[in-house]
Write a protein that binds this ligand. Sequence first.
Ligand code: FES
Ligand code: FES
Length: 369
Amino acid sequence: MASFLPCASGDFAEAPAAPVPEVGMAAPDFLLPAADGPIRLSDFRGQPVILVFSPPGWDPAEAAQLALFNDTAARLAPARARLLGVSLDGPWCSLDLENEGGLRFPLLRDFDPAGGVAHRFGVYGSRAVVVIDGDGVVQWKHVFPAGLPARPEVLAAVFADLAPPDPIGPSLTRRQFLITALVASLAAAAWPAPAPAETSAASPQGSAPPRPPQVLDLTLQVNGVDHALKVDSRVTLLDALREYIGLTGTKKGCDQGTCGACTVLADGRRIKSCLTLAAMAEGRRITTIEGLAREGKLHPVQAAFIDHDAFQCGYCTPGQIMAAVALIDEGHAGSDDEIREWMSGNLCRCGAYPNIVAAIRQAAGGKKA
Ligand code: FES
Ligand code: FES
């Protein structure tokens, strides 16, 4: 019978090199700290375990996804299956989540050495889901492209491959079916199906069938380059930039138009890309933070932000810079008060506002306000 590969502790620096486990191979055991004490993978022998790895680098958008994992963890409990998060972010981030995020599943701290367990599973730097059965064997593993969020359609495609015509037919053991069902349940909770299309009040039947998502062929011109995309009509420009084109400099903060982290330029005018559908951006010149520098030389606003230390964590900075570039072009940098007023749509949790104003004042120097 297969079993977990042994290990003495969470520190793999001195452990003998082991092959990265693929489906059908024994999962490497590990011992990692968590809020309520250390957790060893092999302690769950006899229970399926779902490991959810996140890439390093905190993205507030992940908070929503973690909330959905909470629900999944609760729904897995009757099946005695466990969901374990593996955090690669700094301890402060992990603590923040545990204290404020109301996590209902253990968040293991893979910090010492940084990402040691993720490396052992071959998933470091990516979002990944690994399902391990009660015998310690990897039954399912999916690694999402590095730096890109998990996309529901990718999971859906994988599940389609996994799902047998007859769930407990001869091609699949009951245990495999259980694992498949658990993974499907995870996905269903983490990425709920789109809300049904609105029912027309005028519909004689009173209940129109849900509209299937409409897939669009779009060409977005971003930073002077045309990108041909096939996207759901509901995809925002922000998601198109980050998830489809891979330009992750534009940040997702609130995803509802209040923080300004997602600010980009459309034909030179600032817009919030989380409030703009990708389809609405076709035919416009989109500029993101990645498109500001020219021939290796920073844009004056970027240089001024560095000169004035106008950031701390830096999460809001791409949006601040894009808004500042537009603000100067709009002629709204005449005074510090004016700068503050016209930058008020861009929030900074770190409170770097005085330095941001100073940077914009410098970058605007010599320009007519
Ligand atoms: Fe906050 Fe768009 S992400 S305004
Ligand atoms: Fe951290 Fe603005 S939110 S620098």
